[in-house]
Write a protein that binds this ligand. Structure first.
Ligand SMILES: C[S@@+](CC[C@H](N)C(=O)[O-])C[C@H]1O[C@@H](n2cnc3c(N)ncnc32)[C@H](O)[C@@H]1O
Length: 291
C-alpha cells in the first residue's frame, strides 16, 4: 500500500469512489481544462515549466510533451505521496531525465531560484490556500522576465454555494429535511471549507496578480448550468467526496441519519442519480499573467 495523505487519498480514489468508470469520466472532463491551461501557457520547445500543486501530474505531464526533448518540468506539491505518483508517471513516459520533483508549498517556493522558470502552470490549488496573494507573489518571483503563469481555478463562490435540498447539484428536495441533517452534521467543517474554498472570485485573482507585479494579466471565467449527469452507480457516488477536505457522502449518512432515514435518503438520491435530476453549476477562471 503506497503512503498517502488527504490529498493523495482524494486524487487516487476519493473523487471517483474507486470506480474506473468515474475516474475515466473525470479525466475526460479534466483533459479539456488541462488543454486550455497549457494552450494559454504558450509553452515553447526547451522551456522550463513549473507545475505548482502538481497532484498526479495532470499539467506537468502535458508540459513535458509540449516542451520537447530540450524542455524540463519541475513537479512541485506539498504531498510527497503525490510526488511519488508523478515520479512513477514520468518514468513510464521515459522523461525522468527532464523532470525534477520539489516538495514545497505554493506559498514558499524558496527551493526554486528566482527568475529560473519560463512558465508556471497550476490548476485547483489556490482555492486550498489561505494566503493566495503570497503564492501568486512566489509565481512572479520564480519567473524569468518575459515568463508567464497560466492557471485555472474553480470558483466555488458560485458553484459550491449551499443550496438546501441539493447535493452536488442533484435534486433531493423530496428529502430536504434529511439533506439538512447531513449538512448540519458537517456544519463546522463545511463552514471553514466555505470560508477557504469560496473566499475569492476572478476579480480577486486579477487584483492579486497585479499586486504581485505582473504587468499584463488576462482572465476569462466560464459559468454554466446544466442537469447533472444521469448515473446508475449509487454506491460509487456514496463513496466519493466533493473535495480532499470533505468526508464521503456515505460517511455523513452513517453519522447523521438513522437506518430508516438513510433508506429514505438513498432511495431519493438513487432516483435523482438515475434521472440526472437537478442543476449543476460549473464555474472556472482561467488566468494568465506575464512578467
Ligand atoms: C485538486 S488537487 C489538483 C492537482 C493537480 N493540479 C491537477 O490539476 O490534477 C490540489 C493539489 O494541491 C496540492 N496542494 C494543497 N495545498 C497546497 C499548497 N499549500 N501548496 C502546494 N500544493 C498544495 C495538493 O496536494 C493537490 O495535489
Amino acid at each position: 500500500m503506497p503512503d498517502t495523505d488527504v490529498w493523495a487519498t482524494w486524487l487516487r480514489t476519493g473523487r471517483d469512489g474507486g470506480s474506473a468508470r468515474m475516474r475515466a469520466e473525470n479525466l475526460e472532463r479534466l483533459a479539456s481544462v488541462r488543454d486550455q491551461i497549457l494552450d494559454r501557457a504558450e509553452i515553447q520547445a526547451g522551456d522550463t515549466v513549473l507545475d505548482v500543486g502538481a497532484g498526479q501530474g495532470l499539467l506537468g505531464l502535458g508540459a513535458l510533451e509540449r516542451s520537447g526533448p530540450g524542455g524540463t518540468v519541475i513537479f512541485s506539491d506539498i504531498s510527497e505521496p503525490l510526488l511519488d505518483d508523478c515520479r512513477t508517471a514520468v518514468a513510464q513516459a521515459s522523461a525522468t531525465d527532464r523532470s525534477t520533483f520539489v516538495r514545497a508549498s505554493a506559498t514558499d517556493l524558496s527551493a526554486i531560484a528566482s527568475e529560473s522558470v519560463d512558465v508556471v502552470v497550476e490548476r485547483a490549488v489556490l482555492l486550498f490556500i489561505e494566503d493566495r496573494a503570497r503564492a501568486i507573489a512566489e509565481y512572479h518571483r520564480v519567473l524569468r522576465p518575459g515568463g508567464r503563469v497560466s492557471l485555472g481555478e474553480p470558483l466555488n463562490s458560485w458553484m459550491g454555494a449551499d443550496r438546501p435540498g441539493y447535493l452536488w447539484g442533484y435534486d433531493l428536495t423530496a428529502v430536504t429535511d434529511l439533506e439538512r441533517k447531513l449538512h448540519d452534521a458537517d456544519r463546522a467543517r463545511a463552514a471553514s471549507d466555505r470560508d477557504l474554498l469560496c473566499g475569492f472570485d476572478d476579480r480577486d485573482l486579477v487584483a492579486m496578480a497585479r499586486a504581485a507585479g505582473f504587468q499584463r494579466v488576462d482572465a476569462h471565467t466560464e459559468l454554466a448550468l446544466a442537469p447533472p449527469p444521469a448515473r446508475d452507480d449509487l454506491d460509487v457516488f456514496l463513496d466519493t467526496a466533493p473535495n480532499p477536505l470533505a468526508p464521503t457522502t456515505r460517511t455523513l449518512v452513517a453519522a447523521a441519519l438513522s437506518q430508516d432515514e438513510a433508506a429514505r435518503f438513498t432511495a431519493v438520491l438513487g432516483d435523482a442519480l438515475r434521472e440526472g435530476r437537478g442543476e449543476r453549476r460549473h464555474a472556472m477562471t482561467f488566468l494568465r499573467a506575464w512578467r
